[in-house]
Design a binder for this molecule. Structure first.
Ligand code: ZN
Length: 225
């Protein structure tokens, strides 16, 4: 019986060792593999950390809850980097990042290649979505790939074009209503743009990050080229 247990342990140790070798070879090989059109190429970092302990508490909770796997590492990277660029965690920035990832997915486009006309207007908080779009698409103001159209009724929407293929995405009214209700309840309880307001909005933002599925929250319309 003891011999059997020892044999099992030795077998497991050998299996673990070979598993680790295979994983590390795959990782090194992955460095040289050109990313597919859906993947964000990393230029300075090799990848974002995958362990919860590398993230601040609320983001760490999302890692432990499996959100990077649920929505994919592309969206995870887009939302993380958007929040770092934008320097506060907000609902609209996250929605912009999700929308940009969805647009690239539909258009099968690489980064830095999609032309965007945004319909959020240029007033925060809704215009914060623009930063999410820039980060997720790599279509930046500096590269003349993103343009903010002046519209009578700003909405979380945009027209995305790649190789003559055009699609318009807009946040579905029921999801916009959830966002509006959250923001007006927060203003009522905390005052507008107070520290308490930003704290409450941040909590709601993590909920949007964890719960809003980019393939379900947008109306997706194919447009004629
Ligand atoms: Zn903002």
């Amino acid at each position: 019986m003891n011999m059997l247990r020892i044999a099992k342990t030795v077998f497991l140790l050998i299996a673990c060792y070979f598993g680790m070798v295979v994983q590390s070879v795959a990782h090194e090989a992955g460095d040289a593999v050109k990313p597919a059109c859906g993947d964000r190429p990393f230029l300075v970092l090799k990848a974002l950390p995958s362990e919860a302990s590398s993230y601040r508490s609320r983001a760490g909770e999302l890692v432990r809850a499996g959100i990077p796997e649920r929505f994919g590492h592309e969206e995870w990277a887009a939302v993380v980097l958007t929040n770092e660029v934008h320097q506060h965690v907000g609902i609209y920035t996250i929605l912009g990042a999700k929308m940009g990832v969805r647009a690239r997915e539909i258009l099968e486009a690489p980064t830095r290649a999609v032309n965007v006309i945004v319909e959020t207007g240029s007033l925060p908080p809704m215009s914060c979505a623009i930063d999410g779009l820039q980060v997720s698409l790599g279509s930046t103001l500096a590269q003349d790939l993103i343009h903010v159209r002046s519209v009578a009724h700003p909405q979380v929407a945009g027209v995305f074009e790649y190789k003559g293929h055009r699609v318009r995405l807009s946040l579905k009214p029921e999801f916009q209503k959830q966002v509006d209700d959250t923001i007006s309840a927060t203003v009522k309880e905390c005052g507008d743009l107070t520290p308490a307001y930003f704290e409450r909005v941040e909590v709601a933002s993590y909920r949007v990050w964890a719960e809003f599925d980019r393939s379900a929250i947008f109306v997706e319309e194919e447009l004629k080229p």
